[in-house]
Design a protein around this ligand. Structure first.
Ligand code: 13P
Ligand code: SF4
Length: 300
């Protein structure tokens, strides 16, 4: 551990804080966290936190979800301008328009969305819980927002239900092409390929495994192959490569980096703990309305 990392750990104890980090954070930030996880794990740990402060090393929607699930706690986002472009692609008005068009459908909202959008939805989901929740939801028709790729993947797994989609997407995952997968496969014919469901259909049909960041990590840890091609952000690859130096962990495309996830630096985490910047504030009504959708996600 560097001196700064040691300082952060000390300060974390002194301020009664819990540090949550997503797998896309840089490894130095992951290393000071109490919990490193996918969006579902982060939400659950935020809800169950005993500490008075939660520091979220991730993007805005993750910090907002932590605040919604633990409204009495102080929630800090060390990099306050770390947004998620996909979450910004949908507004509450879009959801209301889709509801008017499909009055019998329930709205299932990917956690990568604003608190205001969650507030007008029926249930939230993450990439690891989406299929399970779609199956269990007491509705035959589902409006899935905002990720068209994840929505299409879920619809394929749950053919007994009817889906309507919003055209949102993750600019980082959506730009991977089938051609890139084929090239990687030609170069490493013995490798397995694991992809995140935010990738396009043409990419997912070529995958040996499809799952959330945590599920991809779990899959890669169990594989015997010496080469594993990763179809998600580079943070996952870096974590696995450090853990398994004897294997070749490869990215399906060059520059598979989420710039927003890389905004958090160790200095930002230190500053947040030392000074209490940047606190997440949501109004009471928003918290109440959005909380029901997140609670439903965790319970389903
Ligand atoms: P996970 O829930 O799989 O960690 O995904 C979060 C995310 O933002 C993927 O781009
Ligand atoms: Fe948003 Fe995509 Fe970054 Fe995930 S990888 S936080 S979906 S922009």
């Amino acid at each position: 551990m560097t001196d700064l990392q040691k300082e952060i750990r000390k300060l974390k104890e002194a301020t009664d804080a819990l540090i949550l980090a997503h797998y896309y954070q840089t490894l130095d930030v992951q290393d000071v966290a109490d919990v490193v996880g996918d969006s579902f794990e982060m939400a659950k740990r935020a809800r169950d936190a005993e500490e008075s402060t939660i520091v979220v090393c991730g993007v805005v929607f993750m910090a907002e979800s932590a605040k919604i699930l633990s409204p009495q706690k102080t929630v800090l986002l060390p990099a306050p301008d770390a947004g998620c472009p996909m979450a910004d692609m949908v507004e509450p008005e879009d959801v209301l328009a889709l509801r008017a068009k499909h009055p019998h459908a329930k709205v299932m909202c990917y956690v990568n969305s604003s608190a205001a959008v969650k507030a007008v939805s029926d249930v939230c989901c993450t990439s690891s819980s989406a299929v399970r929740i779609a199956r269990k939801l007491d509705a035959h028709e589902i409006i899935f927002i905002p990720d068209r790729n994840l929505g299409r993947y879920v619809a394929e797994q749950v053919p007994e239900k009817k889906f309507h989609f919003h055209p949102g997407f993750c600019p980082i995952h959506d730009r991977v092409t089938a051609e890139q997968v084929q090239k990687a496969r030609e170069r490493y014919p013995k490798a397995v390929f694991a992809a995140h469901p935010e990738c396009r259909e043409e990419v997912l049909v070529l995958a040996d495994f499809i799952g959330s960041t945590a599920e991809i990590i779990g899959y890669a840890r169990k594989r015997k192959e010496a080469e594993i091609i990763i179809g998600t952000e580079i943070g996952v690859l870096e974590l696995l490569q450090r853990e398994m130096p004897e294997k070749k962990i490869l990215s399906v495309s060059a520059g598979f980096v989420c710039p927003n996830m890389k905004k958090t630096t160790l200095q930002d985490v230190y500053n947040a703990l030392a000074t209490g910047v940047h606190e997440i504030h949501l109004n009471h009504e928003e918290i109440q309305a959005a909380r029901a959708t997140l609670d439903r996600m965790i319970s389903l």
